[in-house]
Design a protein around this ligand. Structure first.
Ligand code: EPU
Length: 409
């Protein structure tokens, strides 16, 4: 249990890099993606591009992709399974080749993750979709066309797929009830730099005027707002005084008031500084689509609330099953009760060290955060979850003064 002090760096956003890399397929050209994080999910994405005959490499934080010589249009099942967000290839492959078969990633640790909104939207744009033995085939031999595409829920992935597919569709596509996450804006900026004509990204209605061809470009991925929030929670739980560099404060607007409600002082300038109180205070959190509180931050804030004074209340509105970390936090001594999508967290003074298992990416981050304020040693197993979304988190935390090491299992 050490008070963290110092500076942590934020890398490029995983959830921006993945759709941008997938979208490079419709550029059919060379794209240079800067600030690309070095994560296992990014490597899975690069492997998918290679399996399709594209060239793809990551040097430091620059991904160089050339999709001009792409030969395939089907993603092998083994690669689909390795990265659940591989659904982000659907719109790009369909637009580029007019035909794509992919096997569904299946259920996941966050509960079932259906893709009905993706499929219904692409159908509206002229795709024929058939499903057999867990695999879906989409064809659009006469090309996709525009029109109004209303989303029944502002799904991030569906908004991205439709936006990508609409770039070279005939006519104008108007996506209503679109997701408004910063990652949508990053993808639209990338596509526009490739010659697309997208307006309204970041708002509920996104308009895409189809063009004939796209071309390559140089694009910079936005900073990872969830990684930034993770370092802020690490500072908060350890009563620390930390600075986070490289974050975009505007993307963290849904999170900062929650940390302030917990008693933290936040100063936003060139860096984001967080000064935590002697004891965090209780908080109420309801996850919502952006600009609401992000579901990806629910677990890490819950870890902090676990040692706050009073009883905190969480409602998870985005995913069916995103409380799997609760059982593991309990092993560290947390007093948490859940019912359906709600959790009541009765704050204790400190956690006690134990062996815990990561359940999913953000659950793993929550366990790592809780371990920072646990008496004795905590062993967090299953780091493959953490490595999907955090680049050397132990180095970043050790720089802040945490007593943390990585050991091979
Ligand atoms: N949904 C449907 N049908 C669909 C699509 C979504 O029912 O066709 C449901 C999902 O099952 C879920 C909700 O709608 O309950 C939200 O899903 P959404 O499509 O918005 O999420 P996503 O695109 O699958 C992205 C991030 C997630 C993040 C969510 C919400 C990527 C690669 N993933 O997922 O990130 O939690 O948006 O913000 O961008 C993470 O980084 O840990 C992570 C899970």
């Amino acid at each position: 249990m050490r008070r963290l002090n110092g500076r942590a760096k934020v890398h490029g956003a995983k959830n921006s890099a993945l759709p941008v890399l997938a979208a490079s397929i419709i550029a059919a050209d060379r794209c240079i993606i800067r600030n690309c994080p070095d994560l296992s999910d990014v490597h899975s994405c690069l492997n998918i591009l290679r399996s399709l005959g594209c060239t793809a490499r990551l040097e430091e934080d620059i991904a160089v992709i050339d999709t001009s010589g792409m030969t395939g249009c089907d993603i092998p099942e083994s690669l689909m399974r390795r990265m659940r967000s591989s659904i982000c290839f659907l719109g790009a492959l369909l637009a580029r080749t007019g035909s794509v078969t992919l096997c569904l990633p299946g259920g996941c640790e966050l509960g079932p993750r259906p893709i009905d909104i993706h499929l219904a939207s692409l159908e509206r744009m002229g795709a024929d979709i058939t499903e057999r033995a867990g695999c879906i085939s989409c064809t659009a031999h006469n090309g996709l066309h525009g029109g109004v595409v209303p989303l029944s829920f502002p799904s991030v992935g569906a908004t991205e797929n439709v936006m990508i597919a609409a770039c070279t569709a005939k006519g104008t596509t108007v996506i209503t009830n679109a997701a408004r996450e910063p990652e949508i804006c990053c993808l639209a900026d990338f596509l526009n730099a490739c010659g697309a004509r997208i307006s309204g990204a970041g708002q509920s209605t996104v308009t895409v005027e189809g063009v004939q061809h796209l071309h390559g470009c140089v694009h910079t991925v936005i900073p990872d707002r969830i990684e930034a929030a993770t370092w802020l929670c690490a500072g908060a739980i350890t009563h620390g005084d930390i600075a986070v560099s490289g974050a975009d404060v505007s993307h963290l607007m849904p999170v900062l008031p929650v940390l302030e409600e917990m008693g933290c002082t936040i100063r936003a300038g060139n860096e984001l500084r967080l000064i935590a109180p002697e004891r965090l205070r209780r908080v109420s959190v309801r996850t919502m689509p952006y600009p609401g509180f992000p579901t990806d931050c629910q677990a890490i804030v819950m870890a902090a609330a676990g040692v706050a004074s009073g009883t905190s209340f969480f409602v998870e509105n985005i995913f069916d099953s995103r409380f799997k970390h609760v059982g593991e936090l309990r092993r560290l001594g947390a007093h948490i009760r859940t019912e359906g999508r709600a959790a009541l967290v009765e704050g204790i003074k400190e956690y006690s060290g134990a062996q815990v298992d990561s359940t999913d990416l953000r659950g793993a981050a929550a366990l790592m955060t809780a371990a920072l304020w646990a008496e004795g040693e905590t062993i967090v197993r299953g780091l493959e979850h953490l490595d999907r979304g955090y680049q050397s988190p132990e180095t970043e935390l050790a720089q802040l003064g945490a007593d943390i090491i990585r050991e091979d299992e």
